[in-house]
Design a protein around this ligand. Structure first.
Ligand code: 13P
Length: 390
């Protein structure tokens, strides 16, 4: 392994630091912008990212930001490349390299694989020369009484490992994301069983493919009940107990960091659960990895709501973005305290669940019939995009 990969991965997972997942595809960010009353234009997307990337002090809590292809090549309104602005703030640029989900041939109803392996090496080399230091690939697994199928678990583990190997060969640290979807009525215990099976298969595939574990990060969901589970949500203590137990059983100590996604939890739940996970890990011991965040919605939802109401309120929006990053940094250290002034979320417990995170049945948004809101611009190393890509 290039020594660099290990040091980049360690820096990304440095104590109290996490990732901002701002790599929503044009389609996904478009849905959020439109819900917030904004048009999905390139300049709105650019201005929204600029708000985050130029927030003073962000580098204290955020070690890396994951970008979509379009964003990697964009600049501030004043003409400075985002990658350079971030580097000056001590934040590394990352890039989503998968090309969204597609139905898995032979898989169960709604099961998917992730597109993007073809041409991946050339794309990764291009992204690395544009300044990216790490990459992300999102696979999704659907849970029912009979799913995920063995096929879905194995295919997604295998593809994640192939992606990770290519990234490392191109000098990028892979963030390996097998997201177990929140959709469904499965219990927390079942979620835990599926987590062990999926992460176990993923780690085994990484090993089979010769991926250097010291130079990669995992990005799983926390072990929570399905969104329609009987009995509803569980306490942070229960989330922590199940999550830490599953991780201890399957994640080798060589992997430096486990950077959770927020996956439809509210902003406040994501923070409180992350904090509880760190407290539990400390209490039970033998948890050698950083347990931190790579949140999308849980770092952005309140900010988008504020900024979309008035795009001149940039300073206020940046203060809110920083406050969200700060509480999650505290949580990543197991030092978050509600007593210290409350959570900065302004969404009063609204669920951030979205119904298009897995396969939702739409045809890929490519070709002349694609709706403008989801048609991706052609980018170096890019390909077509599908609607439900992150
Ligand atoms: P959420 O935190 O919104 O789930 O997004 C994280 C992510 O990058 C999913 O791919």
């Amino acid at each position: 392994m290039a020594a660099d990969l290990g040091s980049v991965a360690a820096k990304l997972a440095a104590p109290g630091k996490g990732l901002l997942a701002s790599d929503e595809s044009t389609g996904t960010i478009g849905k959020r912008l439109e819900k917030a009353g904004l048009p999905n234009t390139e300049d709105i997307r650019r201005a929204y990212r600029e708000l985050y990337y130029t927030t003073p002090g962000m580098g204290q809590y955020i070690s890396g930001v994951i970008m979509f292809k379009e964003t990697l090549y964009q600049s501030t309104a004043a003409g400075r490349r985002f990658v350079d602005v971030l580097a000056d703030a001590g934040i590394m640029a990352g890039i989503k390299v998968d090309e969204g989900l597609a139905p898995l041939p032979g898989g169960g109803d709604g099961e998917t694989y992730t597109k993007g392996l073809e041409g991946l090496e050339a794309a990764c080399r291009e992204y690395a020369s544009a300044g990216a230091k790490f990459a992300k690939w999102r696979a999704t697994l659907k849970v029912t009484d009979s799913l995920p199928s063995d096929l879905a678990v194995e295919r997604n583990a295998e593809d994640l490992a192939r992606y990770a190997k290519v990234c490392q060969e191109c000098g990028l640290v892979p963030v390996v994301e097998p997201e177990i979807l929140i959709d469904g009525a499965h219990s927390q215990a079942r979620f835990g069983v599926v987590t062990e099976r999926v992460l176990g298969a993923t780690v085994a595939a990484l090993w089979r493919h010769g991926v250097a574990l010291e130079g990669c990060l995992l990005k799983p969901q926390m072990v929570i009940p399905g969104a329609e589970a009987e009995g509803g949500k569980v306490s942070a203590g229960e989330v922590a107990r199940h999550t830490v137990a599953a991780l201890r059983r399957v994640v080798p100590p060589a992997i430096p960091g486990i950077m959770f996604l927020s996956g439809g939890q509210t902003e406040e739940e994501a923070t409180i659960n992350l904090d509880a996970i760190n407290k539990e890990a400390r209490a039970v011991g033998r948890c050698p990895w950083a347990l931190s965040f790579s949140f999308g919605r849980a770092l952005q939802a309140s900010v988008l709501k504020l900024w979309s109401s008035d795009q001149t309120r940039v300073t206020e929006a940046q203060q809110l973005a920083l406050a969200l990053a700060r509480v999650n940094s505290e949580a990543a250290l197991g030092q978050y305290s509600l007593a210290a002034g409350g959570h900065p979320s302004t969404l009063s417990g609204d669920s951030l669940r979205e119904n298009f995170r897995g396969w939702s049945g739409q045809a890929p948004a490519v070709g002349p019939d694609a709706a403008p809101a989801v048609a991706a611009p052609v980018q170096p190393g890019g390909g077509e995009e599908v609607v439900m890509a992150h």
